[in-house]
Ligand binder design. Structure first.
Ligand code: AMP
Length: 308
């Protein structure tokens, strides 16, 4: 059992109040792959330039990620720069240099085409549709997107969303996508387009999962130390889909557990710069974090007579 991911692999320059890193391994597909690799085998399809350091390739390989679909082309690797203040939900993008990523045409290796689980990270929706055409119909498919595509390519994005089982986006994106300010109504509209589940990420404030059966909300876990939230959303997606794909459990209980594993991976990611924490986790750290969420959200009903 494996999951195929298509998206960005990048070199990131990141600055937070706690330090900075230059040319660090980043990219949505990178974070997703690392997080998902604790649950299931991962097949990565992405593009990088010849400047992409061998040490980063080795790091991805160290988690057993299948790199047959990682294309090396002439030109520079996608570079992204971001800066955070103490409000980690607000970040400033300093630059986006697409480099080789601008011409990215995902080529799904023959050995990946029957993979039963597919995650389309944030790329042009036309490419997301193209990937879905290249693979045999997966059992589980999901996509992420961003404001940029919601504004510029709404028709192609809608066509891609109609074809996947799960949409994973931020709350502001969900509202913008549905053209509906109330999250619950926005979710109902998006689910009407076809996806079975909608996962709304709310940064430090947790996540909400919507399905026809109902809603599940997880608060943000107050962490002892947030160092760098870059990649938390993609790590969430990796934990969420990694668990769902590995367990095959799409019941409401399975969906809830997936939401907690996603939250666990997203929160662990924030505790160090870039990929530094999620590249080297012990399984018990993920389980401990899962239990922490359980304790955080547990309460018991003690009926009292309310003053009528
Ligand atoms: P997140 O913090 O989950 O939004 O993910 C941040 C990662 O997304 C960084 O490692 C960036 O390299 C990558 N990224 C930033 N902008 C884009 C973009 N326009 N397309 C694809 N990936 C991006």
């Amino acid at each position: 059992m494996a999951i195929l991911v298509v998206g960005s692999v990048a070199l990131d320059d990141v600055e937070t109040p706690f330090g900075r890193r230059e040319s660090a391994l980043g990219g949505a597909a990178t974070y997703f792959s690392l997080a998902a690799s604790y649950f299931i085998d991962v097949q990565l399809v992405a593009v990088v330039g010849r400047d992409f350091p061998e040490s980063h390739v080795e790091l991805l390989g160290s988690r057993g990620i299948d790199l047959e679909g990682l294309q090396f082309v002439d030109g520079e690797t996608f570079r992204w720069g971001g800066k955070y203040g103490y409000d980690f939900n607000a970040r400033e993008t300093l630059f986006t240099h697409l480099g080789a990523f601008a011409e990215f045409q995902p080529q799904i290796p023959a050995s990946f085409r029957k993979t039963p689980n597919v995650f389309l990270a944030n790329i042009h929706p036309r490419l997301q549709l193209d990937v879905l055409e290249q693979v045999d119909r997966p059992l589980l498919s999901a996509l992420d997107t961003m404001n940029y595509w919601i504004e510029r390519t709404p028709v192609e994005l809608r066509a891609a969303i109609e074809k996947v089982d799960i949409l994973i986006i931020n709350d502001s994106e969900a509202r913008m996508l549905a053209g509906e300010p109330m999250l619950r109504q926005a979710a109902a509209r998006i689910l009407d387009w076809g996806p079975e589940f909608l996962v709304v990420k709310k940064g430090e404030d947790g996540a909400v999962t919507f399905s026809k059966e109902g809603i599940f909300a997880v608060p943000g876990l107050p962490l002892d130390s947030i160092v760098d939230p870059t990649g938390a959303g993609d790590s969430f997606a990796g934990g969420f889909l990694g668990y769902l794909a590995a367990s095959g459990d799409r019941s409401s209980h399975g969906l809830r557990r997936a939401t907690i594993y996603g939250s666990a991976m997203g929160s662990l990611c924030c505790e160090a710069f870039g990929t530094e924490k999620i590249v080297d986790l012990e399984p018990h750290e993920i389980e401990d974090r899962f239990q922490e969420y359980k304790r955080l959200t547990h309460f018991e009903h003690a009926p009292i007579l309310l003053n009528a």
